[in-house]
Design a protein around this ligand. Structure first.
Ligand SMILES: [Zn+2]
Length: 124
């Protein structure tokens, strides 16, 4: 291989690497968007679980007033489902995101957030 052909080969490789580099950048951005979306969905999901649970608790209170029902089993199952969402939220908080209604999904920059902690305590 003569020098000129070598130089030509190198230029081709350089071009390919440049293209790959650009592609990696696009993929990284797409990944970040997905992570952000996933995080927001987790938070929204937990808020919805919370509202559902509130609603069910209200309904139960109403039912209890009407009849002393036997639904201990159902309650236990429901609590497990809520607990799963709680774990997700606690992990998000550990990863540095707000999970409170006040700062909903933004990055925590000033250490612990009292709203988030209050929210977690309420769930746990
Ligand atoms: Zn917060």
């Amino acid at each position: 291989m003569n020098k000129q052909s070598m130089f030509h080969q190198l230029a081709l490789i350089e071009e390919k690497v440049g293209g790959l580099y650009e592609e990696i950048g696009h993929l990284k951005n797409a990944m970040l968007e997905l992570m952000e979306e996933n995080k927001n969905l987790l938070i929204e999901n937990q808020h919805l679980r919370e509202r559902l649970q509130q609603r069910e608790t209200e309904l139960e209170k109403k039912e209890k007033r009407q009849s002393s029902g036997v639904k201990a089993k159902k309650d236990k199952k429901k609590r497990a489902v809520v607990g799963e969402g709680y774990d997700n939220l606690a992990r998000l908080y550990q990863e540095g995101f707000h999970i409170c209604n006040v700062h909903y999904g933004s990055l925590r920059t000033d250490g612990d957030c009292l709203f988030c902690l209050a929210f977690l305590n309420k769930q746990g």
